[in-house]
Design a protein around this ligand. Structure first.
Ligand SMILES: *Cc1c(COP(=O)(O)O)cnc(C)c1O
Length: 486
């Protein structure tokens, strides 16, 4: 037996397949509009075409690529399609794709500084770059997480660590001196906050949901009342989440007023800007971020609206030492001289994960490939397109806008003249959504605003242009007309 038989695949094969793969990716991106955006696959259809157990004998790269093309691709919903407008659209950009190849090739585990100094130091540098782009002061420290859900959970864990006398780290949640911890969100807050509270043992019953005040975000009066009531009842308020760019309607909570209450009652203020937070890099949108400098933590997602492939969430905090206190644990086998000398940072101390991907490399590529000006110009254009689409909706007698357009997302619905029954409008819009999505030409999603079924068009893919939204608008109008005449 030679060395080669048990080693990796021959590099000549890699070279050949790798070149073909890059060509495949370029062709895919070039021809992406030929694919239906939403996969037409039926439940189980992909699974049924695949063997029920792994192959015993090796298979060729060619056969894998053929199956990828024939079996897997039909089961793909094309997030990189310029007509993807559902949820919040995102982008696997060219610099991001290239960096992902290098990340896999190096396969670095950035748990300690020592396990790849560049991974640690590039994370420090890219998080500082992004911090500056966002307009945050130098006392904010950035840590890369897999997603905003994890970032917000880490924020809750840090906030709990900061509560005097709680000491969950050592004593757990059930010791005699444990107060009943209370966490505040709005009815529009992302579900990840409640999930974080579930996981951390705060409990769903202690997640207090504050109503929103029309277009003005969280009702600050109701928040103050809820906090005071809890204090009077002997409970311990400790955490409040404000959102900039809510998931349904991209609303903005009144952060300065919430910061006042947080300060008054010593609550940890976390700002969820997973989607909308990215707009802070655009000068004329900076006013939406008033008060964020008074928060304790902030999450923004470059993997949502900054052209960085999944996954990369940027968690910022002004209290990295508290985060570290909540998560650091040093077994003997992870000790290193430079850690003992306190000369370096080990990112394993700032979250749940030990092994960490070299995610900063792709953000570095993205920030450099477009530059500050290029990023601002692209976000600005997405917001321009959303305004334009909103104008078309407003001008149409068959559609109406359902929420103000703050960023790059339009909430709207079909509302032809003469139809007043809400049940009928719900059915009409649900049918419209299903019909346009089934056409394969666009993919939009929905939400409910004030109990009303609402369509959402979220613009965020780097390839989406005015031509695309004009096509989407034409399709929606045409599909509605067709439904009404049939
Ligand atoms: C998308 C989103 C999240 C969740 O982000 P993940 O990275 O998928 O965990 C949280 N909050 C808001 C406001 C979001 O838009």
């Amino acid at each position: 037996m030679t060395d080669n038989e048990l080693g990796d695949l021959p590099l000549d094969d890699f070279r050949k397949a790798g070149h073909e793969l890059v060509d495949w990716i370029a062709d895919y991106l070039e021809n992406i509009e030929q694919y239906p955006v939403l996969s037409r696959s039926q439940p189980g259809e992909i699974r049924e075409q695949l063997p029920t157990s792994a192959p015993v004998q090796p298979e060729s790269l060619d056969s894998m690529m053929a199956d990828f093309q024939n079996i897997i691709m039909p089961g793909i919903t094309h997030w990189n399609h310029p007509h993807f407008y559902a949820y919040f659209s995102n982008t696997g950009s060219v610099p991001g794709i290239l960096a992902e190849m290098l990340i896999a090739a190096l396969n670095v585990n950035g748990m300690l500084w020592r396990t790849s100094p560049a991974a640690t130091e590039l994370e420090e540098v890219t998080m500082a770059w992004l911090r500056q782009l966002l307009g945050l002061a130098a006392d904010w420290d950035g840590i890369i997480m897999d997603g905003a859900s994890m970032s917000s959970m880490v924020a809750i864990a840090a906030a709990r660590e900061a509560v005097e006398g709680v000491d969950v780290r050592v004593k757990g949640m059930t010791h005699a001196a444990m107060p009943q911890l209370r966490l505040y969100v709005s009815e529009q807050t992302h579900s990840s906050l409640e999930k974080g509270a579930m996981v951390l043992g705060i409990g769903q019953e202690n997640v207090v949901t504050i109503p929103v005040d029309g277009e003005n975000g969280m009702d600050v009066g109701a928040l103050q009342t809820a906090v005071l009531q809890d204090i009077a009842a002997g409970k311990r308020p400790f955490f409040i989440c404000a959102t900039i760019g809510t998931t349904s309607a991209t609303g903005v909570d009144p952060v300065p007023a919430i910061a006042d209450i947080a300060q008054q009652h010593n609550l940890w203020l976390h700002v969820d800007g997973a989607y909308g937070g990215m707009a802070a890099i655009v000068p004329e949108k900076q006013h939406l971020f008033a008060g964020v400098d008074r928060a304790d933590s902030l999450v923004v997602n470059p993997h949502k609206w900054l052209f960085t492939p999944l996954d990369l969430s940027a968690f910022y905090t002004r209290h990295p030492a508290v985060v570290r206190r909540a998560f650091s644990l040093l077994p003997e086998y992870l000790r290193s001289a430079e850690t003992d000398a306190k000369a370096v940072r080990d990112y394993m101390d700032y979250g749940v994960q030990l092994g960490r991907r070299f995610r900063s490399l792709k953000l570095w590529f993205v920030l450099r490939a477009y530059g500050q000006e290029g990023l601002i110009a692209r976000l600005r254009d997405h917001m321009r397109l959303a305004q334009l689409f909103g104008e078309w909706v407003e001008e149409s007698s068959d559609f109406e806008q359902m929420a103000p357009i703050v960023f790059s997302t339009v909430c709207f619905r079909a509302h032809p003249q003469g139809i007043v029954d809400e049940t009928m409008l719900h059915k009409l819009n649900e049918d419209l959504l299903n019909a346009v999505n089934k056409s394969g030409q666009i993919f939009i999603s929905h939400t409910k605003l004030n109990g009303r079924y609402t369509l959402r068009l979220a613009i965020g893919n780097i390839r989406t242009t005015e031509r695309h939204i004009a096509q989407a608008w034409a399709l929606l109008q045409e599909t509605l007309r067709h439904r009404q005449t049939n």
